[in-house]
Design a protein around this ligand. Structure first.
Ligand SMILES: Nc1ncnc2c1ncn2[C@@H]1O[C@H](COP(=O)(O)OP(=O)(O)OP(=O)(O)O)[C@@H](O)[C@H]1O
Ligand SMILES: [Mg+2]
Length: 362
């Protein structure tokens, strides 16, 4: 599923494009190329840490810092490509499914969608960037098609585009993070039984502040949600236990330089809590929708980098769980260290999905 929230995207087709994920903790850039025979190749990637609070809750709080970090990331990437695909956090986007007569085409369809949008979007249409995608025939009424509508506040769009421009880059595609996740998922869906057909699959992206959840049924998104739990909670616990600042905790955690007691006294209880939060999130999904169970959990995001977290989640939730690697089927270019890529892969899920937008069918 793709959306383009009103950037001049048509001209972007087939132009080289980088995937750029401006997230809470870091700016992430991924460059993919066509390796032939239906295969993609990871040419380059970079993860450039952001100063604290430069981005919070999906808002760009400090445009200068973010612009600078994007620029540094791009320089370190070493690519000549300046066009990027970016995404808004799903919290900044309203999506709705609406119906329209199947006979409408082109401008008529656009007008009809705008009229409908006026009723379902709680903002004036002057204040939003709007996009839509025809999903297919409506199961309930044969003369209608189902349409996925997305509306983002203009200021949210402009803020991200400004950060990209401040870095000397050009935003050609604007997507939604959860949809980018889904694009990346489509690369690896065939690893699941029946390629995911008929299955209910929960993609859980564990970021710093939030868990971003996208549940698919039959490879179509049926549920989006954010829960306020993430890697920051682990840092807070480390800070509390060892008297460190947030930054020191983050560094020590990544470098593995924490005292011996960390593993048993901090990391294990945190993993249990994380698994429990995931269990609750899945329960909320099954009790509030028609779906009775989740067949597969896929973990992504930096929070999925905790060794063995998949087993803890599988045990707690009674659901098969895997940490995803969106690059599993891709070739790896000479500038990328395969081992580092495998380690970083979960946190590059969104950036990977965005980088794949370069290969959209025309
Ligand atoms: N090796 C690791 N072990 C444990 N936690 C890690 C590891 N590497 C990163 N993290 C944690 O993952 C989180 C960052 O993940 P990620 O990069 O996916 O977040 P983000 O995309 O910046 O956040 P968001 O999606 O909420 O904007 C941080 O809380 C970080 O501490
Ligand atoms: Mg993220």
């Amino acid at each position: 599923m793709h959306l383009n929230i009103n950037l001049d995207w048509l001209s972007a087709n087939r132009l080289p494009i980088l995937g750029l994920d401006i997230s809470t903790t870091a700016v992430k850039l991924v460059e993919l190329s066509d390796a032939g025979k239906g295969m993609l190749r990871v040419e380059r990637y970079v993860i450039e840490p952001l100063p604290r609070d430069a981005v919070t809750d999906g808002n760009i709080a400090n445009l200068d810092q973010v612009g600078e970090t994007v620029h540094t990331a791009w320089k370190n990437l070493g690519s000549r490509v300046r066009n990027v695909a970016i995404a808004l956090p799903s919290s900044a986007v309203i999506t709705k499914k609406i119906l329209a007569p199947a006979s409408l085409k082109g401008l008529d369809l656009e007008r009809q969608v705008e009229t409908e949008a006026n009723q379902v979007i709680p903002f004036s249409l002057d204040e939003v960037n709007l996009d839509f995608q025809v999903l297919g025939p409506s199961p309930g009424s044969p003369d209608d098609v189902q349409i996925l509508l997305a509306a983002a506040r203009k200021e949210k769009v402009e803020e991200r585009v400004a950060a990209v421009e401040a870095a000397g880059l050009k935003a050609l595609v604007l997507d939604v993070e959860t949809f980018a996740t889904q694009t990346a998922y489509e690369q690896i869906a065939h690893l699941l039984p029946n390629g995911g057909a008929g299955l209910t699959v929960a993609i859980i992206d564990i970021g710093a502040q939030n868990m971003h959840i996208n549940v698919l049924h039959d490879n179509e998104s049926v549920y989006l949600r954010e829960h306020g739990f993430g890697g920051n909670q682990l840092n807070n616990e480390i800070s509390r236990r060892y008297g460190m600042s947030g930054e020191e905790a983050e560094n020590a955690k990544r470098k593995g330089t924490l005292p011996e007691s960390y593993e048993v006294e901090v990391l294990q209880p945190y993993s249990e809590t994380l698994a429990m939060e995931i269990g609750r999130a899945l329960q909320l999904f099954t009790t509030s929708t028609q779906y009775r169970k989740v067949d597969q959990v896929l973990l992504a995001g930096g929070g999925a980098m905790i060794p063995g977290i998949d087993e803890v989640v599988a045990q707690r939730t009674g659901t098969p769980t895997q940490v995803v690697n969106p690059f599993a089927n891709m070739a790896v270019g000479s500038k990328v260290r395969p081992q580092a890529l495998t380690a970083d892969a979960p946190s590059l899920f969104v950036a990977c999905g965005l980088a794949m937008r370069r290969f959209d069918p025309q």
